[in-house]
Structures are given as structure tokens and as C-alpha cells.
Write a protein that binds this ligand. Structure first.
Ligand code: SF4
Ligand code: SF4
Length: 186
């Protein structure tokens, strides 16, 4: 995978849709962003993503877990006076990161839950127990819908990406255990 080439493609795609240089750093996207409000702009700052891309430094964002905090609400795009597609830029960077096997574990868990149960948060035994106490039926599992989603995941290489993320994680853990073993030797 040629990361540089992918990043160039992302920049070219952006440039085609809108002149990203038209961003005048007004910060409206940050003020409009619910995640920025929740975490504080020092943690999550959509304008920084635009700036890093403009300066050719978007690669530094790929391993940032905060890249995945974006909810794709598009408030940044809607409020931007220059119509810079900030949210689409973030989505492109997430796609690039996931194609490299860089995706936070909780995102992978959510995707796997959706593919097996149809729910992002898999129904827990505890939740069903509480429902039963309230006289409610268990949370339904949408097997049929999940099977359709599995077909989509296969056709779009999503399944392959999930495997790649797991493989990368296993390699990282193995490298860490070798380092720790080495550190323990005298
Ligand atoms: S709102 Fe638009 S112009 Fe303003 S900083 Fe954000 S991306 Fe740039
Ligand atoms: S799309 Fe992402 S970056 Fe834009 S406002 Fe929503 S959460 Fe923030």
C-alpha cells in the first residue's frame, strides 16, 4: 500500500470538489462540531485535519485514535462559509487508515456486533434480564438483516479489513511481548 499516493489522491479529490485553500481558519467548523464541544478543541479539532492535509501532513493523523471520534454529522460542512468538505476529508482518512489495518478496537467491535446481531452494542444478558424483570421480551436479534450486512461486508472488502486490523493487532502484541521478554533478560 502506497500511503503517499493515497494521501495525494485524497488531496486531489478534495481539490476537485472545492478549493481547500479557501479555508481561512475561521474555526466555525470547530464551534459547530459536537465532538469538539464535548471533548474540548484541544482533543478534537476538525480544522486541524484540514490544516494538516493542506500542509501535506495528513499521514500524521492516520494513527490518531481521535480521528475516529467523528460522528459524520456533517455540521462542520454545513456551517463552513467556504463549504470545505471537512467531514468527507475525515471519512477518507478513516478509510485510508482502516485499509492499512489501523482502526481502534472499539470500532472493530461495533462493526462485528452489527454484522452478527444488527446492533452496534450487542444486547447483553444483563439488559435482557432487566427487560424480563420489567415484563419485556428479549432484545430481538436481526439475523436476516445481519446476513444481508455480511454479504455487503464481503462485497466491499470490509471483512478483509477487519481481518487486517486483527492481524496488525496480533503482530503488535507479539512484538511487545518479544520486547518485554528481551527487557526481562539480564
Ligand atoms: S469553517 Fe471552513 S473555512 Fe472555517 S476553519 Fe473550518 S474549514 Fe476552514
Ligand atoms: S462531521 Fe465530524 S468533524 Fe464534522 S461536525 Fe460532525 S463530528 Fe465534527
Amino acid at each position: 500500500m502506497n500511503v503517499e499516493k493515497h494521501l495525494e489522491e485524497i488531496s486531489a479529490k478534495l481539490a476537485k470538489r472545492v478549493d481547500t485553500k479557501s479555508c481561512f481558519a475561521c474555526g466555525t467548523c470547530v464551534a459547530a462540531c459536537p465532538i469538539s464541544r464535548l471533548t474540548g478543541p484541544e482533543t478534537y479539532h476538525p480544522r486541524r485535519v484540514v490544516k494538516a492535509t493542506l500542509e501535506g501532513e495528513a499521514a500524521t493523523l492516520l494513527a490518531e485514535p481521535t480521528l475516529w471520534l467523528c460522528t459524520s454529522c456533517h455540521a462542520c460542512l454545513e456551517h463552513c462559509p467556504q463549504k470545505v468538505p471537512v467531514s468527507e476529508l475525515i471519512k477518507d482518512l478513516q478509510n485510508l487508515a482502516s485499509s492499512m489495518g489501523i482502526t481502534p478496537e472499539d470500532i472493530v467491535a461495533e462493526v462485528e456486533n452489527i454484522l452478527t446481531t444488527g446492533w452496534a452494542l450487542a444486547p447483553s444478558e444483563q439488559a435482557n434480564k432487566k427487560r424480563s424483570e420489567l415484563g419485556l421480551p428479549p432484545i430481538p436479534i436481526d439475523n436476516h438483516g445481519a446476513k444481508d450486512l455480511q454479504k455487503i461486508a464481503k462485497a466491499t472488502n470490509l471483512q478483509e479489513r477487519l481481518e487486517k486490523v486483527k492481524q496488525r493487532k496480533a503482530e503488535e502484541e507479539q512484538a511487545l511481548s518479544v520486547t518485554e521478554e528481551g527487557g526481562g533478560m539480564s
